[in-house]
Design a protein around this ligand. Structure first.
Ligand code: MTE
Length: 312
């Protein structure tokens, strides 16, 4: 989702990584057959420790899951570079312990939580959610986490808490992409308080039953399946309850392209490409994008009466 380059090709138009990988393996196979020694294929991504006591959660789709390899090697995480393989290749420099999340602002119980304390205070659920990137690709990911509403309940927001701001770690030594000015760091995202409290909104700490890989936003990130992927801020260090809508990193970078709500909406095009269809990673043909990414039944009431062209 690089900024203001009129001739940019959305990544959904580029050969999907696994088709490219398969093609490369196929070519490698031919080469190996023709001339020994055999060429090596890339090593599969490392698996993380398993999370204990994860129970099946609500709202899971029964669509086919995107393979672990694609979920962990095809990402956006600009703190590690703008290429899709940069996060998997470079995020090993991120240290996820010790890690704290400061919860502050318009609440009665502000606190700095240690990540291991946060991990314990709600039982972990697996939620298999669709995720649709603003660039036109989508995945189905089995997240592990707990509803953000659990945390909100504990910190007791005041009547002035109308919005919630999420801030990603800012440390260019650990996140080399922050040495570039592609975004104004730190990465900031925001939700209206009712969106933050919605039962679909997850604080994720794992995927595929395992501790979240660094490239997917370890140790803790947001997941809102009815919004474009960029709303799901990764590697969160601060959650702030505020009265006014936060100015998010993408709104600062390109306000005409990325609005505050960023709900998946096939009827509202991005200024540089259509949002009507998407490429599910692993599939060749595109499929129709669904309103609210297929979660309209759960979330449409949040936006009743709003002009979603204006509030995109
Ligand atoms: N969070 C941070 N801090 N930095 C980022 O660059 N990219 C977003 C989102 N969260 C991003 C981020 C975008 S554009 C997408 S599509 C998702 O992360 C993709 O990551 P995932 O596949 O691990 O969900």
């Amino acid at each position: 989702m690089r900024i203001i380059k009129p001739n940019d090709i959305p990544s959904s138009e580029i050969t999907p990584r696994e088709i490219y990988l398969n093609r490369r393996r196929f070519m490698a196979g031919i080469a190996a057959f023709a001339a020994a020694p055999a060429l090596a294929t890339p090593a599969p991504p490392a698996r993380g420790p398993r999370l204990a006591g994860v129970r099946p959660g609500r709202f899971s789709t029964n669509e086919a899951k995107t393979p672990f390899e694609s979920v962990t090697t095809y990402n956006n995480f600009y703190e590690f570079g703008t290429g899709k393989s940069d996060p998997a290749e470079k995020a090993h420099t991120l240290k996820t312990r010790p890690w704290t999340v400061s919860v502050e602002g318009e609440i009665r119980r502000p606190r700095i939580y240690d990540i291991d304390e946060l991990l314990k205070f709600a039982s972990l659920e697996e939620r298999i959610y669709r995720l649709r990137c603003v660039e036109g690709w989508s995945m189905v990911i089995p997240w592990v986490g707990f509803p953000l509403a659990e945390l909100i309940r504990r910190v007791e927001p005041t009547g002035n808490a109308k919005f919630v701001e999420f801030v990603t770690l800012h440390d260019p030594r650990q996140m080399p992409g922050q040495r570039s000015s592609v975004l104004d760091w730190p990465y900031i995202e925001g939700l209206r308080i009712d969106e933050a409290n919605h039962p679909l909104t997850l604080l994720a700490v794992g995927l595929y039953g395992e501790v979240l890989p660094n490239q997917n936003g370890a140790p803790i990130r947001l997941v809102m399946p009815w919004k474009y992927g960029f709303k799901s801020a990764k590697s969160i260090v601060k959650i702030r309850f505020v009265e006014k809508a936060p100015l998010t990193a993408w709104m600062r970078a390109a306000p005409n392209e990325y609005g505050f709500f960023s709900n998946v909406n096939p009827k509202v095009d991005h200024p540089r490409w259509s949002q009507a269809r998407e490429r599910r990673i692993g599939e060749f043909f595109k499929r129709e994008t669904l309103m609210f990414n297929g979660y309209a039944e759960q979330v449409a009431p949040l936006y009743r009466g709003m002009d979603l062209r204006k509030y995109f």
